[in-house]
Write a protein that binds this ligand. Structure first.
Ligand code: PLP
Length: 317
């Protein structure tokens, strides 16, 4: 690190960082004469044709967007094929003005959400469990951490919560720790297996630990942690174990049926208390849609926020 302070090295690093920044900006922000910016509301309304033409033009303004259909783009687009596209567009058309916040007005939306949760609970072998839908993997993870924090406070009296995650776990856990004020212990992975180092996880667990985390599979290298051993530890210490299946979503539960060998990762593993599964990844739903599952309704109860005194409650007839 001291080497980086040497004037000649520092100048070289600064130059290269500047080049990299310029390259990223040129890719992200179209520039040039042909680029049109719409920064104020138009004075007159625009036709649908105008809007569609403008979208098509913008797609190719500056440099055209990456062609994801050639299959060389990882972790950005989950494309279920043209048939699925038709289903998504038709469903959007049918429900585009619905508001899931008002199940009394749109009972079918609530019913469908509950059905999607029920399907996922069956896929992950916990049909009697509980779940919720969220806007994506990050929200599912933040909600799981919030639930375990409030559970630990109510059941174990923990007021200075901590959690233990693998270095390969998704950054959403870092975000949850910052948002929810939870001390984070980040444990390195084994260089060969890429699984979190179990001895170091066990050492980091203490009386303030609310939960530990495993991935099936993780984002950085697609590997799965040893969920069985993490489950044993969680059970022994009476703490939560969240398994992040955001990416594994609709692939992990079908590995066995497809004839692949796999290590258990779902609610069949004792000690697993919650699982996130992204319907908007290999469930091929549009962004943002995810399901967060809990082992029990009692645990899910700690996710809810209830304020019966809010004035808005009285506004509706
Ligand atoms: C393993 C894993 N967990 C969580 C997330 C976060 O999901 P989202 O981008 O939907 O917030 C991702 C996203 O790629 C992921 O791969």
């Amino acid at each position: 690190m001291l080497v980086l302070q040497l004037p000649s090295i520092k100048a070289k690093v600064d130059r290269e960082m500047g080049d990299a920044r310029a390259l990223i900006q040129s890719r992200l922000i179209p520039k040039g004469e042909g680029v049109v910016r719409h920064l104020a509301l138009p004075k007159e309304s625009k036709s649908l044709d105008w809007i569609l033409e403008e979208m098509a033009r913008m797609d190719h303004e500056g440099s055209s967007h990456t062609d994801y259909l050639d299959g060389k783009l990882s972790g950005a687009v989950y494309h279920g094929g043209e048939d699925m596209e038709k289903v998504i567009v038709s469903a959007f058309q049918h429900y585009c003005v619905s508001n899931p916040l008002h199940p009394d007005v749109f009972p079918a939306v609530r019913k469908m959400e509950a059905e999607v949760v029920a399907m996922c609970l069956r896929m992950y072998n916990n049909p009697e469990g509980a779940g919720v839908t969220t806007s994506g993997g990050t929200e599912s993870i933040i909600m799981s951490v919030k639930t375990h924090r409030d559970w630990a406070r109510a059941v174990k009296g923990i007021t200075e919560p901590e959690m233990v995650v693998s270095a390969s776990a998704h950054a959403a856990f870092d975000k949850a720790s910052a948002y929810l004020k939870i001390k984070l212990h980040t444990i390195p992975v084994d260089p060969k297996t890429r699984q979190v180092n179990l001895k170091r996880v066990a050492r980091a667990v203490n009386v303030n630990t609310i939960m530990i985390v495993g991935s099936a599979i993780n984002f950085p290298d697609g590997c799965q942690d040893d969920i069985i051993s993490l489950g044993k530890l969680a059970k022994r210490k009476n703490i939560g174990l969240h398994v992040d299946c955001c990416l594994g979503s609709f692939i992990m539960p079908f590995l066995g049926k497809a004839g692949f060998k796999f290590e258990p990762f779902d609610f069949t593993v004792e000690g697993v208390t919650s699982i996130s599964c992204d319907t908007h990844k290999y469930g091929f739903a549009p962004k943002g849609s995810s399901v967060l599952m809990y082992r029990s309704k009692e645990l899910r109860q700690h996710q809810y926020y209830i304020n019966p005194a809010w004035t808005g409650k009285f506004c509706r007839p």
